[in-house]
Design a binder for this molecule. Structure first.
Ligand SMILES: [Zn+2]
Length: 58
């Protein structure tokens, strides 16, 4: 029987750096991923902006 693996994947909210809107959720690997920055389309700004991982969700 295989040992149960520890789950390091957590859900974080991606927040737009420009307007602060949290429009995306993503799963990251807590063990390997630090602060995450992604280019995402912001509906409010109507353009691609840098989104940063904000807070851990359930
Ligand atoms: Zn924005």
């Amino acid at each position: 029987m295989a040992a149960k693996k520890k789950t390091w994947r957590i859900t974080v909210a991606m927040q737009c750096k420009e307007c602060g809107v949290t429009g995306y959720h993503t799963n990251i690997n807590k063990a390997t991923t630090g602060k995450l920055e992604l280019q995402k389309y912001c509906k409010k700004d109507k353009k691609r902006t840098v989104h940063v991982s904000k807070k851990k969700l359930k």
